[in-house]
Ligand binder design. Sequence first.
Ligand code: PMP
Length: 373
Amino acid sequence: LQALSELLGTLLRGHPHVALHLRGASSSLRPVGEGLADLVGNTPLIRIRSLSEQTGCEILAKAEFLNPGGSVKDRVALEIIQEALAKGRLAPGGLVTEGTVGSTGVSLAMCAAAYGCRAFIAMPDDAAVEKAQMLQALGAEVQRLRPVSITHPDHFVNVARRRAAEQPNAIFADQFENPANFRAHLKTGEEIWEQTRGRVDAFVSGAGTGGTIAGVSCYLKQRRPGVQVFLIDPPGSSLYNKVARGVMYTREEAEGKRLRHPFDTITEGIGINRLTQNFARAQVDGAFKGTDREAVEMAQYLLRNEGLFVGSSAAMNCVGAVKAARRLGPGHTIVTVLCDGGHRHLSKFHSPSYLAEHGLTPAATGTLLNFVA
Ligand code: PMP
């Protein structure tokens, strides 16, 4: 019997499909995880074939849309909540508050629930109504407020901060200034380092809070100082000026000057006009400006050539990766982030009628990247 099973084993190992299957099973499947927290992070790094072939570089992207909350923000929400629990500032039954219109609210609502806590999200009432409905469906308490200046006590961020201060066992997540955001992305950087086995020449990303670009740049440069880090900045944002000329505003100045209003750009989640504590930690070597048209065309390009359905910041990041490839020349490995999927962008970025109204209908693209300036 033993001889027979050895023979069978030898035959099976020689069979290419079985050999592949056995190898895959032992090396790439994750062991049993512990609930929601173990679904966050450790995202695949994928090679984007079309962009790589067209640029002569290896263009790799972190598939952050595979996080359980559908975006890169799950990492940040989890870190903020786990840290507050570990330090005793939050306990089960407690409340996590944030003022946000973005994906962070969704991530906080899910991660809070995973630890027996609740979430309170304040947002301006001109944000899409689906956003509030989605958060309510996730069990969060939502308050929609008339848009006012950040210096006004009724600004949604101030309302969220006050709500946490008013009661025991409550924290204000404060994603822009909270260093847990940056720390969460040291792990993102570590994953990129491990997944590329240290063969990474450049990292490219937009910045909203700056947590991603700060955490990843600090980790990668600590491993190899020669890794180049580039910012891609959308219209209306001043981060490009910060990197290029050192010009930056305080929160009050930025709001007072009305430097950015919601219609400056179609990209959501990236671009700001003030220096956040998280962006201040970023080690950036250079910056590119990206246009809305480039982001829209890139999203179509990725869908048609790769079957990748991504959100606006992810598309802009890929625009940045192409610009970085051109600056560095062929033969480099460039990593970027697919922050979220296209599903949350159906009313704007992926709406043919919205794009037509704003003169952004994408041209029928082939495989050429001639839409990237
Ligand atoms: N993409 C999306 C969809 C986001 O919500 C955010 C965060 N506001 C970003 C990108 C930017 O990431 P970070 O805050 O780490 O700079």
